[in-house]
Every structure is written in C-alpha cells, then in structure tokens.
Design a protein around this ligand. Structure first.
Ligand code: SF4
Length: 236
C-alpha cells in the first residue's frame, strides 16, 4: 500500500472511531495486565464476565496474593486454560510485589519477563496503559495487515515490524485498536464484509465480498501462522 493510501486508511478508521479503546474492562494498569493475560485464547466478553467480580476484590498484586491461587481459580474457572493462567497470575503478583513495589513496570522488556506475559500482552499493556506506539498483533491484526497489503508477513512479529515501519503519525498510538476493531467487526475471518468497509478502495485484497450474502471468491487468503513458534507468538 502506498504511503498516501496508508495515511488515508487510518484517517478514515480514526474518523469513524476517534477514541478507540480496548474492549477488556479494567480499572487500573495492574487489572489491565491481568485481564490481557487471561484473554489469551479467550474472548474479551468471557474475560470481562469473570473479571467483573474479581476486580471488585483485587485491585493490586498484594490483593491477588491475599486472595490466593484457589480463590483466583474460583473466579476464572470459566476461562480456558484457567489452571495455568492462575499459576502465572499468582507468580506475576509475587514478582510485582517483591521487585517492583506493587507497580507494573512501563517497559516492554521487563513486562515480558513476567510469567505468562508474551510480547503481544506486553505490547497491549504498553499501548493501552502507557500510550506507547506498540502494535500488538493478534489474529485480527495479522489478517487485516496481510489482506489489505498494509503490512504483510508470515508471522505476527513480521507484521508487527511492518506496522512499526509504516503506520504514520498521528495514528501510531490508536492503530492497534483500529485494526483489531476493523478485523473483529468488518474484515472478518471467514467473510470480510467489504460491502460496508470504509477502506474498500484502498485495500489490495483480491477476495473482496462486495455484496451482502455473496460467497467469498476463491481468492488466496492470508494464511494463519503455521509454525509452532508463529502460532505461539500470535496467541501470547
Ligand atoms: S475491503 Fe474487505 S478485505 Fe479489504 S479491509 Fe475491507 S473488509 Fe477487509
């Protein structure tokens, strides 16, 4: 995609949603970190359902330690992989209390050293809590980046690097949200809803679905990451 088209792409997404936010519910940076950690391979809706009651009790890492692993499991047992997630969240709380005085470090490298925190989670926290220009490539951003031609890549990291290079100001902080929401609600995995897509004329995808109810043409789709390493990156 050309430079001017990329600017116009984000200008339109920004115009349609000037103040994009994560759909995960949280009241402070620590709760955001916990919510994002729990959301790996789970939906935001499912996580919110579990964390509403949890976050009424737990606002700090010390609160989490006081609740204990079994107490945490009771709250999150509806979320996939809750046993290992509970273990990680407790180990994370211990480190935050002991090493960082109960604060969440505003540093991607330090965040990724925490149990259960991968690059994607760290990027979300850096972006949403600290306003960093990070691009957390999940399955939606991976698809939109490849389909549109905005940032093509075989792995989430390659797409992230492409976005880092190509997304212009003043859209760098909001880009992560706009791309996720676009992928979640318009550029859907199975059938992209190109008939009401605001960037249809800028998008390079050959398999556009321009009429509601029409079947997606047999166009080459953006491949999901195939290697184990790439899949792990996209889910972390
Ligand atoms: S035109 Fe279709 S494929 Fe391209 S971004 Fe819009 S919804 Fe996605």
């Amino acid at each position: 995609m050309k430079k001017a088209d990329i600017f116009e792409f984000f200008r339109r997404l920004a115009e349609a949603n000037p103040a994009p936010e994560t759909e995960l519910e949280y009241g402070n940076v620590y709760q955001l970190l916990v919510a994002v950690t729990l959301s790996a391979q789970a939906t935001d809706v499912g996580v919110n359902k579990a964390t509403r009651k949890l976050f009424a009790l737990v606002k700090t890492p010390q609160d989490m330690l006081d609740l204990g692993e079994e107490g945490l499991k009771e709250h999150i047992k509806t979320i996939g992989l809750f046993n290992s997630k509970a273990r990680n969240v407790m180990a994370m709380a211990e480190i935050l209390v002991e090493k960082y005085g109960g604060e969440v470090p505003a540093d991607r490298d330090l965040l990724t050293e925490l149990p259960g925190v991968g690059r994607k989670t760290a990027n979300v926290v850096m972006n949403c809590a600290f306003g960093a220009e990070t691009f957390a490539v999940d399955t939606h951003i991976f698809r939109v980046g490849n389909r549109t031609g905005l940032a093509k890549g075989k792995t989430p990291l390659a797409v992230e690097k492409g976005l880092e290079k190509k997304v212009p100001q003043p859209f760098r902080v909001g880009a992560h949200h706009w791309l996720i929401l676009h992928g979640r609600y318009v550029c859907k995995a199975r059938t992209p809803e190109c008939w009401h897509c605001g960037v249809v004329d800028l998008c390079a995808f050959k398999g556009k679905v321009l009429e509601k109810g029409a079947k997606p043409p047999q166009a080459k789709k953006a491949k999901a990451p195939t290697s184990r390493k790439a899949r792990k990156e996209s889910k972390a």
